[in-house]
Design a binder for this molecule. Structure first.
Ligand SMILES: Cc1cc2nc3c(=O)[nH]c(=O)nc-3n(C[C@H](O)[C@H](O)[C@H](O)COP(=O)(O)OP(=O)(O)OC[C@H]3O[C@@H](n4cnc5c(N)ncnc54)[C@H](O)[C@@H]3O)c2cc1C
Length: 362
């Protein structure tokens, strides 16, 4: 089949790659460049954090997110067969800590987690010795913490490059810097006119709002710092009464520091206040960050739906994937599997909603 995909961020690339592997002819359109710099996927920390997400998002998220590490391991093994670009998957868990004064925030987090996950063996209490055994550079003032063994993170920029490489070498047509104005059954409309396909797939994230008014953007601000003098080997979360900071290690001595979460659709540059809060919390975790270089600051909108869960809407010739919100990497394998099944007429996957068939305009 001929398939046109609007949006080559996280879910658009994954869909295109899986459909191409299944023998379909894929054309991808993106308003931005091939690297995906326009997307939420590009700036994200790309943590696979079912336990941490469960605390705010509940049991459904936990059940669907828990297999994510294993699912990504399989996807990356498949990807390694069609792209020479290596994508690192850090599966050594994450560490949650709090300063002594903020012990209550850590306890509250642990209680909420227990309410969802029960006595899960992948949640381990840490004392001072346990923290320094995992992350020797964390200061001695952190005396209690948690090790969320079943969490991890991906090298997302390498992933976006590897997917693009696999797609282009496999024969996909890539239309970079082409905005899709609207998507309907079998049709993508650009400034140059309508393009016809057997299936049109809308993966424009926040950019799909024009066709799907329920989509909202949730502003996230995030910093990338280079800190060769700091050695943290896994994501670290700092519990605090006002904000939760995470520090996610990436290749090349980079740490991704985030993220704000603001009900705003502005993608204007990071504010002074957000930057001050993120950086002061960062410095409180490890004084070695004093000499870190701020290499990027980004503000992007996470694409969300009213219930903050993804949706796969399917009707004749049209698939819309959206609502990946703050857990897009975590839930992408599930959304991908549901969408591929829906395209084949099986609507039993998670998050799938069958829409009334709309006859195609010719
Ligand atoms: C600061 C931040 C931190 C995050 N951290 C995490 C994390 O740690 N773990 C996690 O699981 N998730 C995280 N996320 C969420 C994750 O990044 C998103 O859920 C995911 O990227 C959504 O995927 P998507 O493909 O729907 O949208 P996107 O990745 O945003 O891709 C949408 C694509 O559509 C394109 N587009 C938009 N409009 C048009 C148009 N009109 N025509 C053509 N193309 C268009 C864009 O250029 C873009 O490439 C984070 C997000 C942010 C912002």
């Amino acid at each position: 089949m001929k398939i046109g995909i609007a949006g080559a961020g996280l879910i658009g690339r994954l869909m295109a790659w899986q459909l191409q592997r299944a023998g379909h002819k894929v054309t991808l359109f993106d308003a931005g460049d091939e690297l995906g710099t326009n997307s939420a996927a590009y700036v994200a920390a790309a943590m696979l954090a079912p336990y941490s997400e469960a605390v705010t998002s509940g049991a459904e998220m936990f059940a669907l997110g828990k297999p994510a590490l294993g699912q990504w391991r399989e996807l990356l093994q498949q990807l390694a067969q069609s792209s020479s670009h290596v994508v690192a998957l850090n599966d050594s868990g994450s560490v949650v800590v709090a300063h002594d004064l903020d012990r209550a925030s850590l306890q509250h987090f642990a209680q909420k987690l227990k309410a969802v996950a029960g006595n899960d063996p992948e949640v381990k209490q840490l004392d001072r010795a346990g923290i320094s055994g995992l992350e020797p550079e964390l200061p001695a003032s952190f005396r209690q913490g948690l090790w969320l063994v079943g969490e991890g993170c991906l090298d997302n920029r390498a992933l976006l490059v590897a997917l693009q490489h696999a797609l282009v070498t496999g024969g996909a047509e890539w239309r970079a810097n082409v905005a899709v104005q609207s998507v309907s059954a079998g049709t993508l409309n650009t400034a140059a006119g309508a393009e016809k396909f057997d299936w049109a797939i809308d993966c424009r994230g926040f950019g799909a709002k024009t066709d799907w008014p329920d989509v909202r953007g949730v502003r996230g601000e995030i910093l990338w710092v280079r800190a060769p003098e700091v050695r943290l080997s896994r994501p670290v979360r700092l519990m605090h009464p006002r904000y939760h900071l995470y520090i996610t290690p990436k290749p090349g001595d980079i740490y991704v520091v985030g993220a704000t979460e603001i009900e705003s659709e502005s993608q204007a540059p990071v504010t002074v206040r957000s930057q001050l809060e993120l950086l002061s919390a960062l410095y409180s975790v490890h004084s070695g960050f004093a000499e870190a270089q701020i290499v990027h600051s980004f503000a992007r909108c996470r694409p969300a739906l009213p219930d903050n869960l993804p949706q796969v809407q399917v009707s004749d010739g049209l698939l819309r994937l959206n609502g990946l919100y703050r857990h897009g990497y975590l839930l992408a394998p599930t959304v991908l599997a549901s969408a591929i099944k829906a395209l084949a007429g099986d609507y039993s996957g998670a998050f799938v909603q069958e829409q009334e068939s709309v006859s195609r305009k010719t």
